[in-house]
Design a protein around this ligand. Structure first.
Ligand code: FE2
Length: 362
């Protein structure tokens, strides 16, 4: 975004003096500037040192990340927290009066929706394009993945041996009758997982697989928390579940002896790899501080930003130049990831929800 459009946005927001600033810029572009004039222009182009983030990511450990960003750039980060859906509603209601610069979402399906709804604007950044693999960002630059969360199979170490496990699809087999627990259909993590199945197999075959999962899961075992799913496996309420890896990482950090193992799904020859999702961010359409927002997103996509942001929640860095935390490498290793572009979870979200409804998935 150019400085002039930033100024125009401020006028749209009804800020005082905006007309005066615009007048100054117009004059500046028409006449040669002296040193004082150039300094003045630079001053005018500068945003106040603030960036406002609407964040659906509220896992602790965010503070050190943004304290460090402020130390390095002088830009303060302010947060409003909520669920993905709440924050999108809020952005819609506030429109051009929103204080938000950045929308931080915890699922590609949610970021895709925010972009579809016109809440995010394209951010053309060579830095972000270099740091974030194509698979993990919007083709139009409206959002970029920043960390990877891998949704995979977890199992009781006492009642299930890893060689009984192979793929998501195989959990539809009747041998697992009564032994699964799963996240409900209303959660976007479930919808994206099923969107991945549809992308891999088509709707019909995906439906057969999901029907098998539902048949294997007692009605009381649809639990709307990945942490509680893992704890239910540990407590004997079920033997196998599908959760995002960082929830188990947290539980294992607290208790090394937690009796639940992680199994990377779909790693066999010819199989597509484990289901990867992102947490990521986009520039809000009406952002009052678009330059600071860009700086924050770029900073988060490399070096210290990646390190702190990923490690704070035991996620895998999206930037392939940044190594996963040693704890992740030692405990879980680094699996092969499904190469599907994650925006397809958004594109297939409606089909996934319809499928889940059809099979009576709770
Ligand atoms: Fe989560």
């Amino acid at each position: 975004m150019t400085h002039a459009t930033a100024v125009v946005r401020r006028i749209g927001r009804g800020l005082a003096l905006a007309g005066l600033v615009l007048g100054g810029l117009a004059l500046g572009s028409a006449l040669p500037l002296g040193a004082a004039g150039q300094a003045q222009q630079a001053q005018q182009a500068q945003e106040e040192p603030l960036v406002v983030v609407y964040s659906a990511r509220h896992y602790g450990y965010m503070e050190p990340v943004f304290r460090r960003f402020k130390e390095e750039t002088g830009i303060e980060v302010r947060f409003t927290f909520g669920t993905d859906a709440e924050l999108r509603e809020r952005l819609k209601a506030e429109g051009r009066f929103t204080p938000a610069d950045v929308y931080l979402g915890v699922d590609a399906g949610s970021l895709w929706l925010a972009a579809q709804e016109g809440l995010l604007q394209p951010l053309d950044s060579p830095v972000l394009r270099r740091n974030v693999p194509e698979q993990f960002r919007d083709p139009e630059g409206r959002w970029y993945g920043l960390t990877l969360r891998l949704r995979t199979i977890v199992h009781s170490k006492e009642r299930v041996s890893p060689d009984e496990l192979s793929t998501y699809e195989a959990l539809a087999d009747p041998r697992w009758r009564g032994r699964l627990c799963l996240r409900p259909a209303s959660h976007v993590y479930t919808q994206s997982l099923v969107a991945g199945l549809i992308a891999a197999h088509g709707v019909e075959q995906a439906e057969t697989i999901v029907r098998g999962w539902v048949a294997n899961t007692p009605p009381g075992n649809f639990i709307n928390s990945d942490t509680r799913l893992a704890q239910t496996v540990a407590a004997g309420g079920c033997d196998v579940s599908i959760i995002s890896h960082y929830y188990l990482a947290r539980l294992l950090r607290e208790d090394k002896g937690f009796p639940v193992g992680l199994f990377w799904a779909n790693q066999g020859a010819g199989e597509r790899g484990v289901h990867a999702n992102i947490s990521g961010a986009g520039l809000v359409t009406w952002a009052p501080h678009p330059q600071n927002a860009r700086r924050l997103l770029e900073w988060l996509s490399e070096g210290t930003g990646q390190r702190l942001f990923a490690d704070g929640n035991w996620e895998y860095p999206v930037n392939p130049e940044v190594e996963p935390h040693p704890f992740l490498i030692e405990t879980f290793g680094v699996p092969r990831v499904d190469p599907i572009p994650v925006w397809r979870y958004g594109e297939l979200q409606r089909a996934a929800i319809e499928l889940l409804n059809r099979v009576g998935y709770p």
